[in-house]
Design a protein around this ligand. Structure first.
Ligand SMILES: Nc1ncnc2c1ncn2[C@@H]1O[C@H](COP(=O)(O)OP(=O)(O)OP(=O)(O)O)[C@@H](O)[C@H]1O
Ligand SMILES: [Mg+2]
Length: 456
């Protein structure tokens, strides 16, 4: 458990902070700078919350002393709103952050967790970064685009901490794989990851699904049943589609997250649970909060570390790698030798907008493998919407929108037709020329002009 030192001359502040972080941190308190110095000689806390104005030595003095040390513990200063100028001064002296009094409990909790995580992460990050940098996958997540590498970093860092995570992204972007990667890279990986799809369970059953129920708690409760929270004990609970959770259960979930305690439905004892909760949604939760469908306090609690999985259209560099991966998978499932992607197929895939993201790509490849006759996947093997949404349609759109001029568009179109014909003819130029009803010589000239060469 991280160690938090609270330095404040007001007993009320010390006590309320102790209560607030009980269970999450080991909380030590000091009523003066002198007491703090004494404590610091014995122990190095992970974070100090430091009041500035105190009788005797001031917080700023302690801050100055700390800044002389090698690798001092991080400090966040506590300050009344009216002395905010002093807080700024403190930041200049090396304080990491400041917190104004009176504090908004939830905001304070989040801030402290962020500061603590920041601390825990820094140490891990240094060597993990080196590991991740030249990898093209993290667990089952493939990606070589910059945005994905960035995501791999975030996942690795977050996995090392214990905070609640909210994974956001459009449908089919890989949120579930991200959740799995977080679990697999965490120190809970030897325990289970239990998944609950909040959208799939009717409102009246979800509470018992999450927290369990005692025998006779309701009509169908023939036996006592433990819920997913208890089932995930020691491990990770993945709450997918959290935005679909009913308002009533949201309050109970908040309690479980905050106090690490649950009540079974119809039960009388409170049960402590040690669970790391990872959530995901493709909804715009801010809007749900604004419109009263999602509790603001729960939102803040789960949104401590938000992870954004980018839509496929923002990482075109990954399309080919992903397509080849799915191709190998589908081929082996179909008991065939892995097929190859024709060059035109790749460009069709790369120019399609993929509203259904990686899942749509996976399905498209599966479709193509089922239809393909040879061992090369041609654009025509893809679902029609994709071919239509790329190639000629895209050209036409680019002309309409003024992105391409007439000459460029015609030239692009020529190039597409030639390459496609060559691919179909297995790069036999005589056969391709026949199909196009031009001479072989004319084909060769055009190929030169467009710099079209057979794949090597
Ligand atoms: N980066 C990736 N590398 C390899 N496979 C991926 C990647 N991203 C997604 N997939 C695959 O795409 C499919 C969809 O991914 P996943 O189920 O994780 O999406 P999701 O974001 O949870 O979607 P939804 O919001 O619809 O639940 C899965 O089969 C998954 O294995
Ligand atoms: Mg999902």
């Amino acid at each position: 458990m991280p160690c938090l030192l609270v330095v404040d001359d007001e007993q009320g502040v010390r006590e309320s902070l102790r209560m607030l972080f009980k269970g999450d941190c080991e909380v030590a308190t000091a009523a003066s700078v002198a007491e703090a110095r004494e404590f610091l000689q014995q122990t190095k806390p992970d974070l100090i919350l430091l009041d500035l104005v105190m009788p005797g030595a001031s917080g700023l003095e302690l801050l100055a002393e700390l800044s002389e040390q090698v690798d001092p513990p991080p400090v966040a200063v506590l300050t009344a709103t009216k002395t905010i100028a002093t807080a700024v001064e403190a930041m200049r002296h090396g304080a990491l952050d400041y917190i104004t009094k009176p504090f908004e409990v939830e905001a304070l909790r989040i801030k402290v967790h962020q500061l603590l995580d920041h601390r825990a992460l820094e140490a891990e990050v240094v060597w993990l970064r080196a590991e991740v940098d030249d990898r093209e996958r993290l667990g089952n997540l493939l990606g070589q685009s910059l945005v994905m590498k960035h995501l791999f970093h975030t996942i690795t860092r977050v996995a090392a901490s214990h905070t609640t995570v909210l994974i956001r992204g459009e449908s089919g972007t890989g949120k579930e794989l991200v959740a799995k990667a977080i679990h697999d890279l965490s120190d809970r990986s030897d325990q289970a990851m239990v998944t609950v799809n909040c959208a799939a369970i009717p409102d009246n059953l979800i509470e018992s699904e999450l927290f369990g129920h005692e025998r006779g708690a309701f009509t169908d409760a023939k036996d006592r049943r433990i819920g997913k929270f208890e089932a995930a004990s020691g491990g990770t609970l993945f709450l997918d589609e959290i935005g679909e959770l009913g308002f009533g259960v949201q309050a109970k979930l908040l309690r479980a997250l905050q106090e690490h305690q649950i009540d079974r439905v119809g039960g009388s004892e409170t049960i402590g649970v040690d669970v790391r909760v990872v959530t995901a949604t493709n909804r715009d939760l801010e809007t749900d909060v604004a419109e009263g469908r999602f509790r603001a306090d729960l939102f803040y609690r789960i949104n401590v570390v938000p992870i954004e999985v980018p839509p496929l259209i923002e990482r075109r560099d990954d399309i080919r790698t992903l397509a080849e991966h799915f191709l190998a998978q589908s081929s082996s499932r179909a008991g065939r030798d892995p097929a190859k992607l024709a060059r035109e197929t790749i460009s069709a895939l790369e120019s399609y907008p993929w509203p259904g993201n990686v899942r749509e790509l996976e399905n498209a490849i599966e479709h193509a493998v089922a239809l393909a006759e040879g061992d090369v996947l041609l654009p025509d093997d893809l679902p029609p919407a994709i071919v239509r949404g790329s190639g000629v349609e895209v050209l036409r759109d680019s002309i309409r929108s003024g992105q391409l001029g007439f000459d460029e568009a015609v030239s692009d179109f020529e190039r597409t037709i030639l390459t496609e014909a060559l691919e179909r003819a297995d790069w036999n130029q005589t056969r391709a020329a026949e199909k196009l009803r031009i001479t072989r010589r004319s084909l060769k000239l055009k190929m030169d002009r467009h710099k079209i060469t057979p794949p090597t």
